[in-house]
Design a protein around this ligand. Structure first.
Ligand code: PAZ
Length: 381
């Protein structure tokens, strides 16, 4: 067994290869920050979702954690809603996204909210109209599964297609069908769609996906540096007007690139013993070197209530940033604690199970915006 290495942030970045498209992505972040800061907005980097730790270069197996990215995606919506922040959303690929998260495939499958209205006014899936079209002439039960490469061929029916949205969009060749939202879902979907379109048209949400813990750290460093250095037209750096909201559940351990198996680990040698090194703690470097006095909020997740506040306080003292938000696995959706130098403050909302209740992120973001305001006025930006 080899000796585990204690990586400094510097060693880590010297030895772990960067994501392929890092430079291109960071250029896009720079343009996003510049435009938004010139339009008078603050910028928040939100990190969201879990990180993977691959066991092989040609990854077949990896370690992961529980995070679905609910907190990050919900928080992004509340920052955007305020109108004061542009959001860089650094998220685990395929984790929950702002807005679309409300129609997650597992909790609220959006196809169940829709009906297809056919040319004769019939509704598919409810009798005659559906029965008439099945099976298809080739004996299949339904048309080919759609993809952008090979669009489905439906039986021709009369209808008026919508014009393409973009010049390079292929013309619509499906016929005779309208999609209808079931009545109880119309109002919430419409409101969400409008919010989403406003955000898109203002260009205030910029999303970047990652998968592994190493990609996450490369992006975190790159984006923080870009935010720290970007200046507005008056030559003033984003500085204290930047916020870093680190809600991702980041692995504490990883297998360094040089120690990782090239190919799929083979069975047949008895048990598998995996030795992992510690992921470097980059928060101190972020505070001292990358973020240029930005307002940094980290999260601390525990399962044992007795260590939550002590661990949060240790992190705050060790890294010297502004706030640690502590939460427990079981209660994280309805209580969190803000740990700052001057004391602790609990935020709580009533327990609820339904989809319509208030989310704690609304209160978290409202309070953070006040604290950020105080931080920027202290710095005189
Ligand atoms: O993604 P989610 O909403 O299910 O969970 C959010 C969370 C618990 C990952 C987040 O609030 C958090 O505590 N992140 C930091 C975890 C840690 O590394 O301690």
């Amino acid at each position: 067994m080899s000796t585990p290495t204690q990586f400094s942030a510097e060693d880590f970045f010297a030895q772990q290869p960067p994501p392929k498209d890092l430079d291109k992505r960071l250029e896009a972040v720079q343009r996003f920050v510049e435009r938004n800061v010139n339009e008078g907005r603050r910028v928040v980097l939100i990190t969201s979702g879990g990180t993977t730790v691959p066991l092989e270069h040609n990854v077949v197996r990896f370690l992961d954690n529980f995070s679905a990215g609910t907190r990050g995606a919900a928080s992004a919506e509340h920052f955007l809603r305020s109108g004061r922040y542009a959001v860089i959303f650094l998220h685990r690929q395929h984790s929950l996204q702002p807005f679309s998260r409300h129609y997650s495939h597992s909790t609220n499958p959006f196809l169940d909210l829709l009906d297809v209205v056919e040319a004769d006014g019939g509704v598919s899936g409810k009798g005659k109209a559906a029965a008439e079209h099945l099976p298809l002439p080739d004996g299949h039960l339904f048309p080919p599964i759609p993809s952008m490469q090979s669009p489905p061929s439906y039986p021709p029916l009369a209808y008026t297609p919508l014009p393409p949205l973009h010049a390079d969009e292929p013309p619509n060749t499906d016929h005779g069908l309208t999609i209808q939202i079931r009545p109880p879902h119309l109002a919430p979907m419409l409101s969400l769609l409008r919010s989403y379109k406003v955000v898109k048209s203002l260009g205030i949400l910029h999303s970047i996906p990652y998968t592994t813990v190493s990609e996450y750290l490369w992006y975190l460093r790159g984006i923080s540096r870009v935010m720290g250095q970007t200046k507005d037209r008056q030559g003033q750096a984003l500085g204290r007007r930047g916020m870093y909201y680190l809600a991702a559940a980041v692995s504490d351990f990883f297998i360094p690139y040089t120690k990782m198996s090239e190919h799929k680990i083979q069975s047949g040698k008895g048990s598998l013993v995996i030795e992992m090194d510690q992921v470097p703690k980059v928060l101190k470097t972020m505070v001292d070197e990358w973020s240029n006095e930005g307002f940094i909020v980290s999260f601390k997740l525990e399962t044992d209530p007795s260590i939550l506040i002590p661990k949060a306080r240790t992190a705050l003292e060790r890294y010297g940033h502004q706030i640690v938000i502590g939460n427990l696995l079981d209660t994280r959706k309805h209580e969190v604690v803000f740990v700052q130098k001057q004391g602790e403050e609990w935020l709580r909302i009533p327990h609820h199970d339904g989809p319509d209740g208030k989310e704690i992120e609304e209160d978290i973001i409202a309070r953070l915006m006040e604290l950020h305001e105080a931080w920027t006025s202290k710095g005189g930006v």
